[in-house]
Design a protein around this ligand. Structure first.
Ligand code: PLP
Ligand code: ZN
Length: 423
């Protein structure tokens, strides 16, 4: 590749979805300076650039020459925010498995794949956005990064901040964060604040604090984080040889992924990587389903709810990215579903039969897919990609509370042990 002509990176536009103003992208704001609305970050892409980036990304994966080539985000650096700059704060994120789910796929009569984002350095997809926003924070000389989190953003922020020499401050809803995530966040040295409230209360606090110019907000209100999350979709299609996919199904909490995946699909069409875009299916937990309720009413507005669900990663009542996510659903002829906690935990156990583990929120995607099959919206022969957002061990308590049968054997009692094992 050494003698190939350098690729000119994409040009980008940050635009407010509320008032339509174009906003300066350096730094990209998480609220519009004119009206307080939510900005989107979009690339101007052509099939010519698409050909080059597709070849470069494939070559870098096979034959990494640069440390960035090992990252599933930065392999696509010509079309990712900040890819032309250095330094880049990377922990080798992305490059996650696309797993063929044979048993479940056969039961449903479809070709089913799972993109397992639990393979990321801190065990969730959050790392893909974190590498982008942390790189930006370092280049801008920020001292402190701040986030509100249901747990995975804080674990990711803590790891990326400490490896970049920054201080991470995280605000979590007290008693609502899975054990693995809490332990990771503390282990990587973040300053932890707990609020006696929900994620939405934590988010509100962090938004106020991030008015301070020394602080960078690393929540997905910051559009450059979503820019990194787009690469989940790029990689999944790359792994499928850019063959058409009928449905892309994923859990939905703060609606960052729903927004990012809509951007990714649109980008892939503009890059000439796709002829037929997949339909998006965003799956919410019934106890935290304001986006689903809005979808049922035509997506005009969103009414916040008091969230409650076993899937703590999506226990969010007032999702920040609603204005972006709405467009993603509308543009892809997408759907928004709601599934019960019981269905989520059943889906989590069902994945185990294909040897796959994920945290409860991630399993919501499979529960949603089952609903689409039952309704006849997914039909035999369809090709479907589920996004499994987080690692099984993020939430050990959710596992142990479902599997109570442990038998006690006195030491040395071989016969008793054999009996328990049915031997
Ligand atoms: C953050 C998170 C989600 C929710 O994603 P959004 O982009 O906020 O909708 C889902 N699953 C896991 C495991 C998460 O960490
Ligand atoms: Zn505006």
């Amino acid at each position: 590749m050494a003698n190939s002509s350098p690729v000119v990176p994409s040009s980008r536009v940050v635009r407010c979805l509320a008032c339509g103003s174009t906003v300066d992208e350096t730094p990209p704001p998480d609220v519009c300076p004119f009206c307080g609305g939510l900005p989107e970050l979009r690339h101007q892409l052509t099939p010519e650039l698409g050909n080059k980036v597709r070849d470069l990304a494939a070559e870098r994966r096979k034959n990494p020459e640069h440390p960035l080539d090992r990252s599933g985000v930065w392999r696509f650096r010509e079309i990712v925010y900040g890819g032309e700059h250095s330094p880049i704060a990377t922990l080798g994120e992305g490059g996650t498995r696309l797993i063929r789910l044979m048993q479940i796929g056969d039961e449903m009569g479809i070709e089913l794949h799972a993109k397992h984002e639990g393979d990321n350095p801190t065990g969730s997809f959050k790392d893909r956005g974190m590498t982008v926003v942390m790189s930006d924070a370092v280049r801008r000389g920020s001292r402190v990064v701040l986030c509100a989190s249901t747990g995975n953003t804080s674990a990711s922020a803590a790891a990326y901040a400490t490896s970049s020499g920054l201080k991470a401050g995280v605000v979590l809803p007290k008693g609502q964060v899975a054990l693995g995530k809490l332990a990771q966040t503390l282990f990587f040295g973040a300053q932890l604040l707990e609020v006696d409230g929900s994620f939405d209360d934590a988010m509100h606090l962090v938004r106020e604090l991030s008015q301070d110019p020394r602080v960078t907000l690393v929540n997905s209100a910051n559009p450059i984080r979503l820019d990194g999350q787009r690469t989940i979709v790029f990689e999944a299609f790359e792994q499928l040889g850019y063959e058409a996919v009928d449905w892309l199904v994923f859990p939905a909490g703060n609606l960052g992924n729903c927004s990012a995946f809509g951007w990714a699909v649109d980008d892939m069409v503009n890059l000439g990587w796709l002829d037929r875009p997949p339909r998006l299916a965003a799956v919410q937990a019934a106890g935290a389903a304001p986006f689903h309720a809005s979808f049922e009413q035509g997506l005009e507005k969103l009414e916040r709810v008091q969230p409650e669900t076993v899937a703590t990663a999506i226990r969010i009542g007032n999702p920040v990215s609603f204005p972006r996510a709405r467009l993603s659903i509308e543009k892809t002829d997408g759907v928004v579903l709601s599934v019960t906690d019981e269905q989520i935990l059943e889906a989590q156990r069902r994945l185990a039969r294909d040897g796959v583990g994920c945290e409860p929120a991630s399993a919501a995607s499979l529960a949603g897919l089952q609903q689409l099959c039952d309704r006849g919206e997914v039909t035999p022969g369809d090709r479907v990609v589920l996004v499994l957002t987080g690692h099984l061990l993020k939430d050990p308590q959710a596992l142990l509370s479902q599997n109570p049968t442990v038998q006690q054997v006195p030491a040395g009692e071989v016969e008793a042990a054999a009996q328990h094992l049915g031997l």
